[in-house]
Structures are given as structure tokens and as C-alpha cells.
Design a protein around this ligand. Sequence first.
Ligand code: ATP
Length: 336
Amino acid sequence: MTHTITLIPGDGIGSEVTSAVQKVIAATNVAIDWETVNGGEEAYKATGKFIPDELLESISKNKIAFKGPITTPIGTGFKSINVTLRQKYHTYANVRPVKTIPGIKTPFENIDLVIVRENSEDLYKGIEHWVTDGVAEAIKVITEKASTKIGEYAFEYAKKYNRKKVTAVHKANIMKISDGLFLDSIRKVAEKYPEIEYEEVIVDNMCMQLVMYPENYDVLVLPNLYGDIVSDLAAGLVGGLGLVPGANIGEDIAIFEAVHGSAPTIAGKNIANPTACILSAAMMLDYIGETKAATLVREAVATVIKEGKATTQDIGGTATTEEITEAICNYITSAK
Ligand code: ATP
């Protein structure tokens, strides 16, 4: 069966790392008909729109997209394109597995975290205004509905993948009403899963715990902003942003993308690490039912990195984006 999937190359290193994904999937022989439509700065230059209508139509039709990083101009009045897409398609859960990859030097050995970040509200609603000259206000929106939904997603995920513990991360000691509602909603969900351990940790303490004892944590469920920040912190624990994949999951639409952004300083140099995007593609293969291919892709990435013959600069090697991609493709082709 051929799967038609929207491909958004994105900005900066986007075209380099998404082209790696296309090569790796081709090596698995999973038949994907890529419908390439860009968004972001590149699209703006070509069409005058950051999100062309053609892109929205393609995602609505195909229901699955693979997205490279998209740059949002800072402070120009543009709403983030990433946030716009997540809100438009109600991809309410942002799932980011953060796992130790043997062969990469870090102070930790057995990190295996899954970050489940609420993806539709909180300060990311983008409701901001000037109160008066020199005073700005941003509104943090937390609803029982979205908090319960992300709680259910986190516990169902834990159940499905045999995870032992869910930790809710919050700042309800200060934001008693909004974070209090988030916490209450998650707590109610937790009661329905007595077999899964549940705990609550305040976000600042969570950051310290993660840099000292990351192996103590399993599934983390967080409101949008804390989820974003803690994701980058967690990426640092396993070797950096070049390694951590992600998925935006909705009722019937899913958009797969790495945690990292467009990394403009290394764009166009053939040095970006495509691993995060390739592992996001493995999550996509699982989602479309191609689990054998997904496992093979993960195995290929793990083997190539462990052998250390073709690793990129960010993880201590000298290989180019194309060289590590080729090594991963070669492993897949010979293991099939
Ligand atoms: P954006 O504004 O689009 O989020 P940014 O440069 O502020 O872009 P990231 O793109 O997330 O933030 O990257 C931060 C830094 O992490 C980059 O400058 C780069 O050094 C490193 N980095 C991110 N992704 C990769 C990657 N795939 N390979 C190697 N290094 C990466």
C-alpha cells in the first residue's frame, strides 16, 4: 500500500534533514508518495504566505505530515507557524521520547523519558496585548478539557508501552488556579490507572531533578510552555537537539517533526545531524502501521552511532549529513 504524506521541508537545515528522511524511508521500501509543499520563510519568499493554502489543503487531505523546522520571525507580529498548524489540526499531544543512544558521550547511561506536552493552549494561545505604554500582558489559558485529554493520552501511552510511572509537572504553588486546574485534571485521570505510579513535581525542582537523576523519570506530562522548555533540557541530557524526535498527535491528523528548530547558523553546510528527523520518521512509520520498518530504522541509527564511523560534529564525529544518512541507508539495505 502506498501512503500519501505531506512533506514540509521547512527552513534552515530543514531541507537537508528532511531529504535524509526521504532517503532512509526509500531504503526501507515502505512506499510513500511524498506531497512536498513548503511553509515558513522559504514559502513566504515564493508565495507571499508563511502558510500557503496549498499546504493546508494537503495536510487536511492526507492527514499525515512530516515537517522540517520552520522559522517564525521574532517580534514581527506573526503568530508562530508551528503553533498555528498545531492549533488548526488540533494536534493536542506533543510526544517526545528522549532516550540514551549508546556511543554518545554524556554523563548518564540509562535515560528513557517520554515527554507528553499539552500542545493546544497555555501561553501558546498567543493572546497578548498592551495594557498601556510599557506594560504588556499575556494570557495563560488552561482548560479542564485539554488537561484531562493530555492526562488521558499520557496514561494510555504509559499503559500501551508498559511504562511504570507518570509524573505531572506544574507550578501550582504559584499559579494556583491555572496550574491547579491542570493538576486536578491529571490527578482525576491518574485515579483510573492504579497500576501506574503517579507523582507530581514542581517545574523548577523537575529541572534540577532531571539534570541530577534523569534515570528516575519515565513519562512526564506537562502544560505547553513547561513541556517546551523541559524538552530542550532533556535533549541536552542525551547529547543534544540533533537526536530527539517528536510527534504532534491529534484525533485523526498527525504531524511528525524533530524537537529542534531551523538552526540557521549551521544551515546549508551539510553538517546538521539528521538523527532527530530520522527517528521522528520511525515514529511516523509506527503510526502508519509499518512497525517492522520503524524498528529497522531505529536499529540502523543505533548501530551507526554506536560504531562511530559516521557521526556528525554535534555528537563528536566528522561525518556530513549525507554521510551519516548513507551509512544508515546502507545498514537498512543490508539488513533487510
Ligand atoms: P529556531 O529559531 O528555528 O528554533 P534556533 O537556532 O534558535 O532555531 P534550534 O534550531 O533548535 O534553535 O537549535 C539550537 C542549536 O542547537 C543550533 O544552533 C545548533 O547548534 C544545535 N542544533 C539544533 N538542531 C541540530 C541538528 N539537527 N544537528 C546539529 N545541531 C543542531
